[in-house]
Write a protein that binds this ligand. Sequence first.
Ligand SMILES: NC(=O)c1ccc[n+]([C@@H]2O[C@H](COP(=O)([O-])OP(=O)(O)OC[C@H]3O[C@@H](n4cnc5c(N)ncnc54)[C@H](O)[C@@H]3O)[C@@H](O)[C@H]2O)c1
Length: 274
Amino acid sequence: MKVSGKVIVVTGAGNGMGREISLNLLNKGAKVIGLDINMEGLKKTQELAGEKGDNMKLMQLDITNREAVEQTAEEAIKQFGAVDGIINNAGIIQDFIPVNKMEYRTIERVMNINFYGTLYIVKSFLPHLLTRPKAHIVNVSSMGAFAPVPGQTFYGASKAAVRAMTEGLMGELMDTNVEVSEVFPGAVATDIQVHSGVKNAKSVSDYSEDQIKNANSSITLPSEAAEIIVSGMEAGKWKIIVGSDCKKMDLLMRIAPKFGMKKLAEAMKKLNAI
Ligand SMILES: NC(=O)c1ccc[n+]([C@@H]2O[C@H](COP(=O)([O-])OP(=O)(O)OC[C@H]3O[C@@H](n4cnc5c(N)ncnc54)[C@H](O)[C@@H]3O)[C@@H](O)[C@H]2O)c1
């Protein structure tokens, strides 16, 4: 679905990839409803959009609150007259803790934001999307959904749940006006670790884009990720892979999954991550 002239909801629009996705959509002529738990972040996104920020509406929302999501969806549709697309991008990672030591409340938080938050947004907007001439759902999963990173087991499980739900939706909506895409990013240079409350997390804002790329040539910048996601959506791709690291891992986990898991476990051990 071409985004120009369309109204697109973006969750997690107050930072990282969600911010860049919003800016990219605005530059391509879309109207954006930015949802985030962090209002300051949303305001910053709007400010960065300059004049195009007039085409962005900000709504503070905790996507884990089902009633609030339903009310926000109703309000958003009423205010704009219609919504043509949703990009479920908001998400967190977990602290690098193995299953054995992980507390249930942390597991629930990860599942609530990444899986249930995405589910609530989908369920709240889908009846309306089905009434549009064309509509699109984009759900952001992760490389972690198919490549298990030790210390990120519940993050991976939540993103695998997003993947399974998204693929279920693809099947169910195949003969309708609603297109569905799933996104698998590899490493993207955002402050997700800081925002997720990971201990000793370093902020990417302390480094220039060149420094980030020099330190890790396979990392993707949030603006690059946004362009891959929005152009993938416009091209009607059902599976959007972000980053050369994710492309390689996708192949490896198909041809030699046990070897891939071993390599990931060794890498995490080397980093002393858990
Ligand atoms: N950065 C990466 O390396 C990477 C890799 C794979 C997948 N992803 C996925 O991409 C998506 C975006 O990640 P990012 O790196 O831009 O992270 P980020 O932390 O920069 O941005 C996430 C945004 O989501 C918002 N958010 C968090 N909890 C929320 C809630 N309960 N309700 C509403 N908003 C909430 C935050 O306030 C923040 O603005 C996430 O789903 C993440 O899992 C990121």
